[in-house]
Design a protein around this ligand. Structure first.
Ligand code: GDP
Ligand code: MG
Length: 436
């Protein structure tokens, strides 16, 4: 009897803990997911052995499979690496200086203007952009253009020495009440001594609060060397990882955090000025694992949807009322849930192509920008948009095209028609899709 009891106990223990055998399959999947997400090969190796160590012998919670239990542990581990605490910008000085550094084409100029826009819009700052890239043809014009487009002043002195221009820019900022000065510095195709010397001199002159490396999230394995080099020479305070648009899985952020411990402060998710997002470790962990997990979706939905505003919209829909203000509220709710691609992919059995997702994502952003440029009255009474003067004002105010505005209006009309039909059916007691 004792023998039998022992055997069955052993069997039970095996069933209720993670073992070398029952983690194999999941471990393989995780390894693939990490590699697919473009996590550095060395990092993947170390992580996998760490995960193995951590999971074997772990108790499997009731109602959960070993696979799920393991994903949970891995998910937590990734969040741990990506950083559990927030990493806001240190903008304590007046004016504060943010110096953007990085290789050519990494996205410094774009990110500088995105950051200025972000700080102006979300933190009510009065930023000043400073053009210091005197080497790349057209670099300063590019910054000036971006600044003009988004109402951010740009300080530049043409081809004058960047050191001199930086000094003048700080004086200008003080005189004109700018509280954040963003330095868009020059890059090179490869790291070289001249570049580092210049950046170091700039650092001495401006004593930046933040020295942020801007790095292209799609450059692959090289990303670690680049980050280490810049960090050794310039004592970075953080990193902005760019080009993590749409379906990019963002493994670069994990590699950087794991290898350098530098905080990731923002990620760039597109070319537009609003396509800069603070870095959220949990969201990134989901994205890297590519979790098709309905539970996570559920959590997100409950977390983020503002129930009252949803109810209000539903009620209005039921009354057959639906205007652009309602549509805008809905888009805000959707964007609160984070990456729309992630959400679409979490739908069970969803067969949605990456193209469709990036298209939807793009539309979401474009539509939001357009609607931001409308007055409340126009959103409440979309028929006002038939006026050409209004249309033109919205187009130039938002920096979008007429085609995009028409697309928005058409989508809205289509949506409204559906809402009206639904309202009619609900009132007559028939639900859509049910036999009447
Ligand atoms: P810099 O040389 O470091 O100043 O790089 P730029 O800011 O000029 O950017 C180089 C190119 O990358 C430009 O075409 C940008 O539009 C593009 N770019 C920058 N950030 C992003 C991003 O987050 N997503 C995408 N898709 N493109 C980006
Ligand atoms: Mg540039």
């Amino acid at each position: 009897l004792t023998k039998r009891m022992k055997k069955s106990m052993e069997k039970n223990i095996k069933k209720s803990t993670l073992t070398d055998e029952n983690i194999q399959e999941t471990l393989r999947e995780i390894r693939l997911a990490l590699l697919e997400a473009d996590v550095n090969v060395e990092v993947v190796k170390e992580l996998i052995s760490k995960i193995k160590e951590k999971t074997v012998g772990e108790y499997i919670q009731e109602g959960v499979t070993s696979h799920q239990q393991m994903l949970k542990i891995v998910h937590e581990e990734l969040i741990d690496i990506l950083g559990t605490e927030k990493a806001p910008l240190n903008l304590s000085k007046k004016p504060s200086v943010v110096m953007m550094v990085g290789l050519q084409g990494s996205g410094k100029t774009t990110s500088s203007s995105k950051l200025a826009h972000y700080l102006a819009k979300k933190e009510a700052k009065k930023p000043l952009l400073v053009g210091l890239d005197i080497y790349r043809p057209g670099a300063i014009d590019q910054l000036v253009e971006l600044g003009n487009k988004n109402n951010i002043p740009v300080f530049e002195q043409g081809k004058q020495s960047p050191l001199k221009t930086a000094k003048q820019a700080l004086e200008f900022a003080e005189k004109n009440g700018h509280d954040v000065v963003i330095l868009d510095t020059a890059g090179r195709l490869q790291i070289d001594k001249d570049l580092m010397n210049e950046l170091n001199d700039l650092r001495k002159i401006t004593s930046p609060n933040e020295t942020l490396l801007v790095v292209d999230g799609m450059i692959g394995q090289e990303i670690i060397n680049v980050t280490n080099e810049f960090n050794n020479q310039l004592k970075l305070t953080g990193v902005i990882v760019t080009k993590l648009d749409g379906d990019a899985r963002g493994g670069a952020t994990l590699s950087i955090r794991y290898m350098t411990k530098l905080p990731i402060k923002f990620i760039g998710e597109g070319e537009g000025v609003s396509a800069l997002a603070p870095f959220y470790p949990k969201r990134m962990a989901d994205r890297i694992l590519g979790m098709g997990d309905i539970e996570t979706l559920f959590e997100k939905v409950v977390d983020n949807i503002d129930e009252r505003s949803m109810q209000k919209t539903m009620k209005r829909m039921f009354m057959g009322q639906f205007d652009l203000e309602d549509l805008r509220n809905q888009l805000v709710q959707v964007s609160k849930m984070g990456n729309i691609g992630g959400i679409m992919k979490m739908m069970p059995n969803a067969k949605i192509s990456d193209n469709q997702i990036s298209d939807a994502q793009r539309k979401l952003v474009v539509f939001s920008i357009l609607m931001d440029s409308m007055t409340l009255k126009e959103r409440r009474e979309p028929k006002l948009l038939k006026s050409l003067t209004r249309k033109n004002r919205i187009i130039s105010g938002s920096g979008r095209t007429e085609k995009e505005l028409n697309e928005l209006i058409n989508s809205f009309e289509k949506g409204k028609k559906q809402v009206l039909e639904m309202a009619k059916m609900m009132k007559s007691g028939r639900m859509p899709g049910m036999p009447g």
